[in-house]
Design a protein around this ligand. Structure first.
Ligand SMILES: [Zn+2]
Ligand SMILES: [Zn+2]
Length: 63
């Protein structure tokens, strides 16, 4: 039996471009599901689908 644990990797917050905002806890970096992929809804700009991080599968409230 194989378990697929999600792994995460850091990515630059797409909302603030690394400057720090509420979506990245002012770190400029967010943890996203590896391998990181730009959100196809907004192309990395940030939208409700990606939690305004610009990345697909951000770690956060859904864990
Ligand atoms: Zn940010
Ligand atoms: Zn998005």
């Amino acid at each position: 039996m194989t378990t697929h644990e999600k792994t995460y990797e850091p990515a630059e917050c797409g909302h603030c471009g690394g400057l720090g905002c509420t979506y990245c806890n002012k770190t400029g970096t967010v943890l996203v599901t590896a391998p990181k992929r730009l959100c196809h809804h907004c192309d990395g700009v940030g939208c409700i689908y990606c939690g305004f991080t610009g990345w697909t599968g951000p770690k956060g409230k859904y864990d």
